[in-house]
Design a protein around this ligand. Structure first.
Ligand SMILES: *Cc1c(COP(=O)(O)O)cnc(C)c1O
Length: 395
């Protein structure tokens, strides 16, 4: 192969480049109209009332936690099969993340285990389900569990832009959650370079998120607290604004949003090709021993951020590391999603040393993510599968 094949890669074309050049030549660089335009386009696409775009997906999770008033002493339950940000955002507001085991077929949080975990933990302030690999969680069931625990739900949909729930509605519509968070990192379904967005149907959360994104300062028609300082003869003072709470600078730029608007137009194509590639992988591995798809169901609903396989490394007599190194020699850059979050040194040190999630541990021992991105050609995919079959001893 003439180029390296990573597990994921962005796709940027001349339209995207033109859109960015256009703002650089004629537009605002930040705090301009492209931001609201991008937010409206995403809100319309997912079917939510509001969207607030921010500097990255982790910032989006952090702001969602602040807006939901999660703080010291609160418990937030998430999946161990995720990127660390799903849990560290709770830590950023002083809350305690806890984990709950996954389901062996979907690799998402197991709802029976989640219900039991919430009972065991007693007081749960929030649940952060992660739509792993782009496959949506069982949200009606998670909403029920959250309601029983009087917890809020913040969906980590960093993998799942364009995915649909069992009822056909799109992830991000917030039919089952207070807020949903997406990421536009280049490895995700579409990109703004760095970027993230929070969708919600609640006006109060929306207004809070807008303020928190920009220093906790009043926005638009937010009511002023110091009316005596805000007005002269009944007219609002032109220079006036108020910092009403602690916020951050988590703003996204107009440059990034111009790219986002342009990328969003291509999203249906991106999703279609990802699904096609996933189905092709399924077919090509069907008769192959010691390898099987990690998420065998939900092809019609997933956004296919990842193509994960389970390989029985014990049976083939080759370690995962040796397998990955051999693939790398053929320019195939596989990856593992994810190291169980609770096993990272920080979490070990902070009370998770005794956490046991057997389904997660079993999956982690076999997991491997193969190249899956819009620009991957059929020929490149066949090459990947051919090399893997050789390494499995059935070339
Ligand atoms: C990528 C990702 C994030 C964080 O998004 P960034 O934009 O990289 O900050 C959060 N959660 C999950 C599951 C992710 O994959």
């Amino acid at each position: 192969m003439s180029r390296a094949l990573p597990y994921g890669r962005h796709y940027v074309d001349d339209d995207d480049i033109q859109a960015v050049v256009e703002v650089l030549r004629h537009g605002w660089l930040t705090q301009g109209p492209k931001i609201a335009e991008f937010e409206q386009a995403i809100a319309d696409y997912v079917g939510a009332k509001y969207a607030v775009a921010v500097s990255n997906g982790t910032a989006a999770l952090h702001l969602a936690c602040i807006a939901a008033d999660i703080g010291k002493g609160d418990v937030v339950v998430t999946s161990p099969n995720t990127f660390v940000a799903s849990a560290s955002s709770a830590l950023c507001v002083g809350a305690t993340p806890q984990f709950s085991d996954i389901d062996a077929e979907t690799l998402n949080m197991d709802t029976a285990a989640l219900a039991a975990r919430c009972t065991e933990l007693g007081r749960v302030r929030a649940i952060v389900p992660v739509h792993f690999g782009g496959l949506p969680c069982d949200m009606p069931e998670i909403r029920k569990i959250a309601d029983a625990a009087q917890a809020v739900v913040i969906e980590d949909a960093a993998h799942a832009l364009g995915a649909t729930y069992a009822d056909g509605s799109r992830v991000g519509c917030c039919a089952y959650s207070e807020m949903t968070v997406f990421s536009f990192h280049p490895v995700k379904i579409m990109t703004t370079g760095e970027g993230g967005i929070i969708t919600t149907n609640e006006e109060k959360l929306y207004r809070g998120l807008l303020r928190l994104r920009s220093h906790g300062i009043t926005k638009g028609n937010d009511p002023y607290l110091h009316r005596d300082l805000a007005y002269t003869d009944g007219e609002p003072n032109m220079w006036y604004y108020e910092m009403q709470e602690v916020g951050l600078n988590y703003r996204i730029t107009d440059i990034q949003c111009a790219l986002g608007i342009s990328q969003l137009r291509k999203l249906p194509r991106f999703l279609e090709r990802r699904r096609e590639l996933a189905l092709q992988y399924d077919r090509m591995f069907v008769e192959v021993r010691h390898i099987r798809p990690g998420q065998p169901t939900g092809r019609e609903r997933s956004a296919h951020h990842l193509y994960v396989v389970r390989i029985d490394f014990d049976a083939i007599g080759r370690s995962r590391n040796a397998f990955m190194r051999a693939l790398k020699e053929s320019s195939i850059l596989s990856q593992v999603h994810y190291i169980p979050v609770h096993t990272h040194p920080f979490f070990r040190r902070n009370g998770h040393e005794r956490d046991r999630f057997p389904v997660m541990e079993d999956y982690y021992g076999q997991a491997l993510s193969l190249p899956l991105f819009y620009g991957l050609s059929d020929q490149e995919q066949r090459y990947v599968v051919g090399r893997i079959k050789e390494l499995l001893g059935c070339g």
